[in-house]
Design a protein around this ligand. Structure first.
Ligand SMILES: Nc1ncnc2c1ncn2[C@@H]1O[C@H](COP(=O)(O)OP(=O)(O)OP(=O)(O)O)[C@@H](O)[C@H]1O
Ligand SMILES: O=C(O)[C@@H](O)C(=O)CO
Length: 423
């Protein structure tokens, strides 16, 4: 059996990479698997993050997938389990954060756990149980309009309580500020009051590091990726360059973007403004039956030798709405994802070995089309986004450097800056 320290279950692909990135930066060697592996772990690592696509499916499906991941991680000897969800706590009154947390607690026989999406490096902070995204409450951050998981209440105790049968409480900032012993005391107090899950405040990385030792004995942690920075120390590990070492990079470079988030729109604009080679994919032409993937690959072929090319369906909200109005939102999404994934595969078949993909759903579709089932995590490009290395069917089993960027992560020059990190 592998000597796995931390077994993680992430509810989406880019979120899984985000978590693995923070673990690696704090000194753990980590891999991310795409779905629950069918074979035992074949890598000498400290942490595995099993990436699911369970964030917005029915709670029953999310529970079943998460329990399957738990069983696999337990079979690999995982000493502690970490359930990773979004730093904006994406969920509905039906779930899936609450139901999955409770199912994991039942399976682990665990009577207490924490819940904190705080990720200060990406401006997600929790104060008095209220989640802030940037300078505003979650419910005023734009997330109140999310099409699948509208977050209209920033009070996480209330939000999580609505999803749980167990009682939810709070470990507030004054407790965290006093350090791990104080957090441990508060946990004992909450337990004697019949509380089983506590939202924990954190407004800085210092808060996360301070609470770390108090989390060492909990069989299950549930959080965004922030708390991960405090965990390797609990296992005696310290940050080291060796944890993020990847094989040397080579080959051609490309960026594929299907994310329509604000940050990605800025990143596409930045790339285009630099005059680098960029091609927009038009969903309406895909719907009209044009082989847009073949067109894009023909366009890219003579340009690839001269630097990274960008192929994107990224568009601003009004354009996306108009396409969705004509094609239907799920239909438009699926159509664009299929095309973008075919382009990603074609690019790798043509020699691209350094590939940036923007968007969670987009990343899922591309990773599947590329035939990747495991990613080794390397150096961070921007908070929440590392380079990874994978063996992939589309590269005839050879190595590919790949980065899966969450829609709203990364600075404006991400699509250029990312490749400099590999130089
Ligand atoms: N121009 C477009 N018109 C309509 N739908 C689009 C367009 N471009 C992309 N899409 C679809 O929008 C969705 C974008 O979701 P995706 O998860 O990839 O990005 P994101 O939401 O920004 O990322 P994350 O989940 O990491 O925050 C995909 O289903 C994609 O196919
Ligand atoms: O926590 C986050 O914000 C991200 O890792 C994520 O989950 C985006 O889908």
């Amino acid at each position: 059996m592998a000597n796995l320290l931390l077994g993680c279950i992430a509810d989406d692909f880019t979120g899984a990479t985000d978590l693995a990135n923070n673990l690696v930066r704090a000194g753990m060697r980590a891999v991310q698997t795409i779905g629950v592996p069918s074979a035992p772990l074949d890598a000498d690592v400290d942490a595995v993050v099993v990436a699911l696509k369970s964030r917005t499916i029915a709670p029953e499906g999310a529970i079943a997938q998460s329990l399957e991941a738990l069983r696999w991680l337990q079979a690999q000897g995982a000493r502690q389990i970490y359930f990773k969800y979004c730093s904006t706590f994406d969920s509905t009154p039906r779930g899936n954060i609450g139901p999955v947390t409770e199912a994991l607690m039942d399976a682990l026989g665990c009577d207490f756990t924490i819940a904190t999406p705080a990720f200060p490096d990406n401006k997600r902070t929790v104060f008095k149980g209220y989640l802030f995204a940037g300078d505003v409450l979650l419910s005023e951050s734009g997330m109140q309009n999310h099409p699948l998981t509208p977050m209209t209440d920033a009070n996480l105790v209330r939000v999580l309580q609505a999803q749980c049968t167990r009682r939810v409480g709070l470990i507030d900032h004054t407790v965290v500020a006093r350090g791990a012993a104080s957090v441990a005391e508060r946990i004992a107090q909450l337990q004697s009051d019949g509380v089983s899950i506590a939202i924990v405040d954190a407004v800085s990385n210092d808060d996360l590091v301070r609470m770390g030792p108090a989390l060492a004995s909990l069989p299950l942690l549930t959080a965004g990726s922030g708390v991960a920075i405090a965990l390797p120390a609990n296992f005696g590990l310290a940050p080291s360059a060796a944890a993020s070492a990847l094989p040397p990079a080579g080959g051609l470079r490309a960026v594929i973007s299907g994310s329509c988030s604000l940050a990605t729109n800025r990143q596409v604009l930045d790339f285009v403004r630099r005059g680098d080679a960029a091609l927009a994919v038009d969903p309406l032409r895909i719907a009209a039956g044009v082989d847009v993937a073949a067109e894009a690959l023909t366009w890219a072929a003579p340009l690839l030798d001269h630097g990274p090319v960008l192929i994107y369906s990224t568009a601003e909200a009004h354009a996306v709405k108009s396409v969705q109005g004509r094609l239907g939102a799920p239909e438009a999404g699926a159509m664009v994802e299929r095309t973008i994934a075919a382009i990603a595969r074609g690019l790798v078949e043509r020699g691209v070995r350094q590939l940036v993909i923007a968007g969670g759903e987009t990343s899922g579709a591309c990773v599947q089309a590329l035939g990747i089932d495991q990613l080794q995590i390397g150096a961070q490009i921007d908070p929440g986004v590392p380079w990874c290395h994978a063996h992939c069917a589309a590269a005839s089993g050879k190595g590919l450097h790949i980065s899966l960027k969450s829609g709203n992560f990364g600075g404006d020059s991400f699509f250029t800056h990312a490749f400099a990190v590999l130089d």
